[in-house]
Design a protein around this ligand. Sequence first.
Ligand code: SME
Length: 165
Amino acid sequence: MSENIFISENSTKQQKYEELLPQLKHLLLPSDDLIANLANCSAALKTVFNFWWVGFYLVKNNQLILGPFQGPVACTTIQLGKGVCGASWQQAATIIVENVNEFPGHIACSSASLSEIVIPIILNNEVVAVLDVDSEYLAYFDEIDKKYLEELAKIIVELFIKKAD
Ligand code: SME
C-alpha cells in the first residue's frame, strides 16, 4: 500500500477534492488506528490545499479536545456551544464563517485565521468529533468545500465505527 497522494497539477478545487477523496479512503480504511488515520487525513488536506490550519477536535468527557492536526498550535479544549467548533457540535451541522471576527464567540487560536469551516462527524445521531479548517483569507470556504468535506466526514465516521467495534 502506497502512502502517497497524487493530485493533478492545475486542478480546480473541485477536481482536487474528487481526486483526493477516493485516495484518502484507500489510505485510511485499512488501518484500525483512529489517531493514525486522523493524522494522515489532516496531513493530506494540508498538503493538497495548503490550508492555514486543519484538524480534529474529539468529543471526550463532554468537551472538545484537540486531536490530530496540521498547522500552528491550537487551544486544547472547547466547551459545547463555544466558538465555531462548539457551535457546530451543538447544532450537529456544518458551519461556514466568512469572517471569523464577525462570529460571536469565535475562539481565535491564531490571529492570522480569517475564515473557517467546521464539519461535525456524526455517529448514531451523536457528534463524536469535528473537522475544523481555517484559512488566512476571508470568505475562503464555499459550498464546494462543504459538499466534499461532508463526504469526507462520512469516510471518517467509518473510522470511528471501526474503533468502536
Ligand atoms: N476557531 C475555532 C477554534 C479552533 S482553532 O481555529 C484551531 C473556534 O472558534 O471554534
